[in-house]
Design a protein around this ligand. Sequence first.
Ligand code: FAD
Length: 294
Amino acid sequence: MATEPGDGPLALLRLIEDLPGEQRLNEPLAPYTTFRIGGPARVLFFPKTVEALAEAVRRARREKVPYRLIGGGAKVLFPDEGFPGLVLHTGLLCRAFDTEEGLWVEPGFPISGLVKRGLWVLAGIPGSAGGAVVMNAGTRHGSISSYVTAVQTLLPDGSLATLPPEECRFSYRSSVFREKRLPVLGVGVKLPEEIRPVEELLAERRRTQPLGFPSAGCVFRNPEGASAGWLIERAGLKGKRVGDAQISEIHANFIVNLGKARASHVLSLIEAAQSAVRRLFGITLSLELEVVLP
Ligand SMILES: Cc1cc2nc3c(=O)[nH]c(=O)nc-3n(C[C@H](O)[C@H](O)[C@H](O)COP(=O)(O)OP(=O)(O)OC[C@H]3O[C@@H](n4cnc5c(N)ncnc54)[C@H](O)[C@@H]3O)c2cc1C
């Protein structure tokens, strides 16, 4: 029998219970995000193999149940109401392999692990290799797209494919995996020849980013030729607070969670920033943050 989106956790559990992994029912998502915000997932599943992740996605697609992948949860805002479906967490898929073509990592391999192996341009970015590919994560020194040699994914017809970088449609903080919601199942990486110590880069981030409070990094993309943080600051919104969510006093493109912020508070601040910047500068700020709608 097909599973309906309105079905309870047990119906969803039946979909994945024979796959190797760990399941949690009605599990709050806040602890799995850097924002520390988000209500319960009906089922949270940690597949133990990449094959189990791919099969879970296949089944969720076939049964048309809502599903989401997460890695480090460093770029995602889940609703206070929670997620009425299956959340697939890549945290147990964190192996790295040295192959003849270079490094190959599972989707949950930490970005910090890539940095330790030499990918210094990503120093200080929290999250997983899978999330980094989806978001084309980067710093002013470069983005992961310049170092990706191949990405394994599951096509809409259910077949596995290994895409070369030119088919990943990388752009500023986006990729085909973000546009089409395709799972990242593995990533090939070529490490840069240049080696740079990362302490200085990390110290710069500590000076310029509000790392003392939970957040999800930059909320908005920088519009062509401008900085979203500067526009929000000029609109007078630095420090503005709704509930326990605040536009950071250190970096206005960050929203921080001062304690018990709710997704609704963050969404109010997002709307306030967008409307003030539109009114003053005629610029529409688009979201870099991945907002999951209720
Ligand atoms: C303090 C702080 C600083 C940051 N600084 C930077 C920065 O300098 N540069 C930068 O680019 N980003 C930055 N970020 C944002 C974040 O670290 C990156 O976007 C990172 O790549 C997110 O990875 P993640 O695993 O946490 O993704 P998640 O938040 O888990 O997921 C992000 C999106 O990708 C999807 N997803 C995750 N894994 C997969 C997968 N395997 N397959 C398919 N979809 C998947 C999710 O569904 C979601 O849509 C910062 C965040 C914080 C909190």
